[in-house]
Design a protein around this ligand. Structure first.
Ligand SMILES: O=C1NC(=O)NC(C(=O)O)N1
Length: 310
């Protein structure tokens, strides 16, 4: 019913966690492996372990969340070791996310993946908005093209990219032109909407410490932007490059909307942080009920079939 074909594997459903949520430690990763998620992804790794930004750095708010984690993680080897052990005895697909502090660091980690026995999918995060002094690579089109050109001179395993949200058709067009040159297996849109500001008017204060309270926005706030980015790339990219839809998913209906826009898999961040891994069972049930009401037997019957020519 919800089975999803994605790069040579069959997943029981299209649901995943968003990198960064519930995926920092082996304990959290095992929780996802044991959940109803159809696949899961590790916290974006840097070559060396990082403490990340000072706390408070994550804050749930009524319509979503704001975060400026700053790429805290246990280091690349920690997550590669987990992935190598995991893939020996599990079938649920595990994606490995990396977000180097420089192009060189990304290249180094990708070489280590090529040389390893890892047989899963790698997600290259080009869109962390929260490392002070580090602009989001995905907003630098020439740099993005340069990095992908260098990556694909040697990287021969399945690779996807995690992109920031774009807000201009010229940017959708330029980014699609760049991405269509490469044998990517997917584009994941969107990362958090960078550098928003949430204010507590009672205390007349920001709610997170890093960067004077500026942080990535997730949750209900960002669904229209997430859907637009999924749709924009789905209609611009060559069919071999699939879409992972991330942003604003709280219910089966939100998943249905992302699938209508063209997503093959969807990722849940803010709501997973609020509800925990049992969210996957709830959302799977809700999606199944929507499909039953609409008399869809499979997701393929409606994926990408948004009526957008009124
Ligand atoms: O890519 C990222 N997106 C976010 O919203 N936060 C994390 C982080 O700050 O580590 N990284």
């Amino acid at each position: 019913m919800l089975t999803t074909q994605f790069f040579g594997s069959i997943y029981t459903n299209p649901l995943m966690n968003a990198s960064g949520v519930n995926c920092f430690t082996t304990y959290e990763l095992d929780q996802l492996a044991d959940s109803k998620a159809g696949a899961f992804v590790t916290k974006s790794a840097t070559l060396q372990a990082r403490k990340g930004n000072p706390k408070p750095r994550y804050y749930d708010v009524p319509l979503g969340s704001i975060n400026s984690m700053g790429l805290p993680n246990n280091g690349f080897d920690y997550y590669l070791d987990y992935a190598l052990n995991y893939q020996k005895q599990h079938t649920t697909a595990l994606f490995l996310s990396i977000s180097g502090m420089s192009t060189e660091e990304n290249i180094t980690m990708l070489h280590k993946i090529v040389e390893s026995e890892f047989n899963g999918i790698t997600e290259l995060n080009l869109s962390c908005p929260n490392v002070p002094g580090k602009p989001q690579i995905g907003y630098d089109f020439p740099l993005t093209e340069k990095i992908l050109q260098e990556v694909f001179t040697f990287f021969d395993k399945p690779l996807g990219v995690k992109l920031p949200p774009y807000f201009d058709f010229a940017h959708f067009d330029e980014m699609a032109r760049i991405l269509n040159q490469f044998p990517l297996v997917y584009v994941n849109s969107i990362n958090s909407v960078g550098n928003g500001l949430y204010i507590d008017s009672n205390s007349e204060s920001v709610v997170i410490k890093p960067k004077n309270g500026f942080g990535g926005i997730g949750g209900e706030y960002v669904k229209p932007t997430a859907l637009a980015n999924v749709r924009a790339f789905y209609t611009r990219l060559k069919p071999e490059i699939k879409l992972i839809g991330t942003g604003g998913i709280r219910t089966g209906q939100d998943v249905f909307e992302h699938l209508l826009c063209g997503a093959t898999m969807v990722q849940i961040g803010t709501e997973l942080h609020k509800e925990g891994p049992e969210i996957f069972e709830r959302i799977e049930k809700e999606l199944k009920e929507i499909m039953r009401q609409k008399n869809y037997q499979t997701i393929d019957e409606f994926r990408g079939k948004l009526k957008d020519d009124l």
